[in-house]
Design a protein around this ligand. Structure first.
Ligand SMILES: *C/C=C(C)/C=C/C=C(C)/C=C/C1=C(C)CCCC1(C)C
Length: 276
């Protein structure tokens, strides 16, 4: 079986348009959030600039991969949708349908998920020792979660394990990350102001809610045949894209506003100049 692209049946015109538009929205969101964050990075004190720069790097990396996914998707399925071919399950594989590459998403995540955790920790301006102890646990766990999830989404039968087993293995580091963010990070919040603590708790809820969408989407797209149906492709692409937009763009913009609040708290002259 093909180990690079996911084998699938042709999409109906409706399924094709829905995924096509979602990926296009993904490009727009990632690209323009990147522009905004790069341009606005001087509106925070130097101490918090790293968090904003990392946020911009995350959305830039994702923008690049959304271009690649969009391209890969159009090539893999475009022919079928143009002719309006609504392939029913069980029909022979359509031209090109084997070439949509889910690897782009996983390479994107392998780079951006650790960076999202870096920006989350960096914006708090914690003592260096605490910061590095948190990241030493979060970053390897994030990498393990993504690497273990890939054979499942790529529908590989690696080491004799099927999709669900890879999903289950990937859930172990996922739960560990949730534990560190919820329990360990809470201890570091006591040094923050009331205002920052409130907004940070909201941010952490956003992270947990949006990251929770990924395993649910994975389950929706899971199957034992190794050949994805149109509905599974639709669920996977729409689910991951919406989650990505919230977990990278909205998340990055909230990081920016935390950096603004903390800058104003730290420096009265900055606060006055910025009209706080
Ligand atoms: C910007 C991209 C982000 C925040 C991606 C996050 C991805 C996950 C939290 C993925 C988790 C998975 C599981 C917990 C089990 C099934 C396999 C995964 C990789 C989808």
């Amino acid at each position: 079986m093909d180990q690079i692209g996911v084998l699938s049946f042709a999409l109906t015109g409706y399924e094709f348009s829905a995924v096509y538009n979602m990926l296009s929205l993904g490009i727009a969101s990632m690209l323009f959030t990147s522009f905004f964050l790069w341009i606005a990075r001087d509106r925070v004190l130097p101490k918090y600039r790293m968090a904003v720069m990392v946020s911009a790097t995350v959305t830039s990396i994702a923008a690049y991969h959304y271009f690649r996914m969009f391209d890969s998707f159009s090539h893999a399925y475009g022919m079928n949708a143009d002719s309006g071919a609504a392939a029913a399950a069980g029909q022979a594989l359509e031209f090109g349908a084997a070439h949509y590459n889910v690897g782009y998403r996983y390479i994107d995540w392998l780079l951006t998920v650790p960076l999202l955790l870096v920006e989350l920790v960096a914006v708090l301006g914690l003592v260096k020792a605490i910061q590095s102890s948190l990241l030493k646990r979060l970053v390897p766990a994030a990498a393990a979660m993504i690497i273990l999830g890939y054979p499942g989404d790529a529908k590989m039968q690696l080491f004799g394990l099927d999709n669900s087993m890879w999903g289950l293995l990937s859930t172990i580091p996922f739960l560990y990350i949730m534990y560190v963010l919820w329990i360990e990070l809470s201890k570091s919040l006591s040094s923050q102001s009331e205002k920052v603590r409130k907004i940070f708790q909201g941010l952490r809820l956003l992270l947990i809610a949006t990251w929770g969408v990924y395993p649910i989407t994975f389950i929706l797209a899971m199957n034992s045949t190794g050949v994805a149906t149109g509905q599974e492709v639709l669920a996977r692409e729409v689910g991951y894209s919406i989650a990505d937009i919230l977990a990278k763009c909205l998340f990055g913009l909230i990081i920016f506003s935390i950096a603004r609040i903390k800058s104003a708290e730290d420096d009265k002259a900055f606060a006055a100049a910025e009209g706080h």
